[in-house]
Design a protein around this ligand. Structure first.
Ligand SMILES: [Zn+2]
Length: 247
């Protein structure tokens, strides 16, 4: 039982309860109310938070948690992704790096109030193990990209890796496995269409960068006769209800 909290309920009326009480049983919230509520329950463990905010966990809708190890590198450089990040990744991404970066990023997110996140990276099964262990929730997208990367030589291998990962984690209570095509310009039309179909068939999310960069707009305009990335995705039939686009 949490007592003496400033409870941000986030209910439809956006009610805030001063000196509020939250009662938790197992992993579910049993009751939320004012100070009187505390008298109705006996708790094995009671926490007086002295006016601190008690609120639902924040949700980070787009991250690459393992990239905490690359933090700040070349942040101020134009076309950072192609000039710095892709070369760094081809030199350094491994199961160890993914696991170590995820463990660090998970702790940082929890300390900032984030309890759920959507991630896109390689070796996503390593990220899943860290999420399982620390007790967070996550939507974890295995990357599909047309270039050779640490866990796949091409997009087809990336899709195969993602399918294995989805199969392994589809029934996990806190982890939602997903496809993560890196972006429209770093995949072929055929790959994007295939992932869209598979996502509907398996009912899993698709996490993707969309309308993110100037280079992407140029490549897609050239490929499609002047269309924007979103229009192009729509016209090839790859925009569906399972897609989460990030910029
Ligand atoms: Zn991103």
């Amino acid at each position: 039982m949490i007592t003496n909290g400033t409870v941000l309920t986030m209910n439809p009326a956006r009610e805030v309860i001063e000196n509020g009480t939250v009662v938790v049983k197992d992993n579910k919230i049993l009751a939320v109310g004012n100070a009187d509520l505390a008298k109705k329950y006996t708790a094995e463990k009671q926490l007086d938070v002295d006016g601190d905010i008690v609120m639902p966990g924040l949700i980070n809708t787009h991250t690459h948690v393992s990239m905490t190890v690359f933090r700040s590198l070349a942040d101020d450089v134009p076309d950072r992704l192609h000039r710095y990040i892709f070369p760094l990744e081809s030199a350094l991404v491994s199961r160890d790096m993914v696991r170590i970066g995820a463990n660090l990023g998970n702790v940082e997110m929890l300390k900032g109030g984030v309890t759920t996140y959507a991630d896109m990276y390689y070796f996503e099964d390593e990220v899943a193990k860290t999420v399982d262990k620390i007790g967070m929730r996550a939507v974890l997208g295995e990357t599909v990209i047309k270039y050779p990367v640490a866990d796949a030589k091409n997009a087809d291998e990336g899709i195969a890796y993602a399918l294995n990962f989805i199969e392994e984690y589809k029934d996990h209570p806190r982890i939602t496995p997903a496809f993560a095509p890196h972006g429209p310009y770093t995949n072929t039309t055929e790959t994007l269409q295939k992932i869209s179909e598979l996502s509907l068939k398996l009912n899993v999310p698709v996490l993707m960068h969309l309308a993110e960069s100037h280079r992407e707009q140029e490549v897609i305009a050239e490929r499609s006769g002047g269309k924007s990335p979103v229009q192009y995705m729509h016209d090839i039939g790859a925009l569906n209800r399972n897609l989460v686009g990030a910029t």
